[in-house]
Write a new protein. Structure first.
Length: 386
């Protein structure tokens, strides 16, 4: 166990492990479930798991980013379901980074306790149909008149969209030359002019709920602005991706631990002889998992430090590359040893591959940015503000 973990983190991991085994890992229906399992979500709320990163004064568990990373590892390792884990992670990240991090005291009082108990679910609304999340192509706009902002536009592919009670909507509110200025708005689902689209029928990450919203003359007061007007994309949307990437490491480590466990079970069940080659490969798999775990904890700790770390982006990039190496080793040992992959290992492998490939192009851009800075004699020291 990495020495960076406190006793509180270890106790939390054990709590999540027990919860995941009891309420998620034993559910064979989850990988094919079309509807989001609200019963599991409600239990998470009652156990405080949805308020993991929210201060105790608002009914949360008072954890930090390292708490979320270590909990995510246990949730995936023992719950065996990436869909549930991603829905949970999105809710926790939105609650802590966006609402706790940028909200006013009044907004904290209005939303944090409800979020912590699972009485409301949050979703970040940046992406749009055909545009993704690229700021130059986003079309949602907010018109300001008399203390009221009127939102017009459509958002898509929103994690937790179909079950969300609160959306953080990013809309253009002005221009700086040819550059769009974005503002984030807290928009409850019951706001007039907000309509949810039909849930997306995805064949992966089940039963995580994804969908969209349409904003038609959706009026919200000035008090619904989250953070500073006009700087929402740079202050929140852009760094939120890196917060997600950092916390996603915990889920992937948990998934790879489960993958390794399933592999060893197959070796035993199918009666394969532990050759020197097999021992070497399994030992390398274990070494990679240990390394990835420490990388996950260290990256989350950087978020907690409120300081700049030039190594932050390097850890995210290297984690992804090392994770791909782990997957290649798994495939190689299955092929070389003639091990027959069972459905659960196949599903876990597919979900991990998808998780690793998420934001692939963005990761490549980050890597190119690092190279460009070195070639120009500069070195990045950026890390998302928390």
């Amino acid at each position: 166990m990495a020495t960076i973990l406190t006793q509180e983190h270890i106790v939390l991991q054990r709590k999540i492990d027990r919860f995941a085994r009891q309420h998620i890992g034993n559910r064979d229906d989850l990988p094919s479930l079309e509807e989001f399992p609200q019963d599991i979500w409600n239990k998470m709320g009652k156990q405080g798991l949805l308020g993991l990163g929210i201060p105790k004064e608002y009914g949360g568990l008072g954890g930090n980013y390292l708490s979320i990373a270590t909990a995510g590892e246990a949730l995936m390792r023992s719950g065996h379901n990436m869909g549930i884990a991603i829905s949970w992670l999105t809710h926790c990240a939105v609650s802590r980074f966006l609402i706790l991090g940028f909200g006013t005291p009044e907004q904290h009082d209005t939303y944090l306790q409800e979020l912590a108990g699972g009485k409301i679910t949050a979703s970040i609304a940046v992406s749009e149909p055909g545009s993704g999340a690229h700021p130059k192509r986003l079309q949602t706009i907010a018109y300001h008149r008399g203390g009221i902002y009127t939102l017009q536009g459509e958002k898509s592919y929103l994690t937790n969209g179909p079950i969300a009670d609160l959306f953080i909507v990013f809309a253009t509110t002005g221009m700086d030359g040819e550059r769009k200025l974005f503002t984030a708005f807290l928009v409850p689902t019951n706001t007039k002019g907000l309509c949810k689209t039909e849930p997306m029928k995805l064949e992966f990450l089940k039963p995580s709920a994804h969908g969209g919203i349409i904003l038609c003359d959706c009026a919200v007061p000035t008090s619904s602005i989250l953070g500073a007007e006009g700087s929402g994309y740079d202050d929140m949307a852009k760094p939120f991706r890196e917060v997600e990437d950092a916390l996603m490491m915990g889920l992937l480590v948990g998934g790879m631990s489960r993958q390794q466990e399933l592999l060893l079970n197959l070796v035993t069940r199918q009666g394969h002889v532990p050759t020197d080659e097999l021992k070497t490969t399994v030992g390398e798999l274990q070494a990679i998992v240990h390394t990835l775990r420490i990388m996950s904890y260290e990256t989350a700790s950087m978020l907690d430090s409120n300081a700049s770390h030039p190594e932050f982006l390097s850890l995210i990039i290297s984690f992804r590359n090392l994770s791909k190496q782990f997957q290649d080793l798994i495939e190689n040992v299955l092929t070389q040893q003639g091990i027959e992959k069972d459905p659960e290992l196949q599903r876990t492998t597919n979900e991990l591959a998808l998780g690793i490939e998420m934001s692939k192009n963005i990761a490549l851009m980050k890597q190119q940015r690092l190279g460009a800075e070195l070639l120009s004699g500069k070195e990045s020291d950026e890390v998302p503000a928390t």
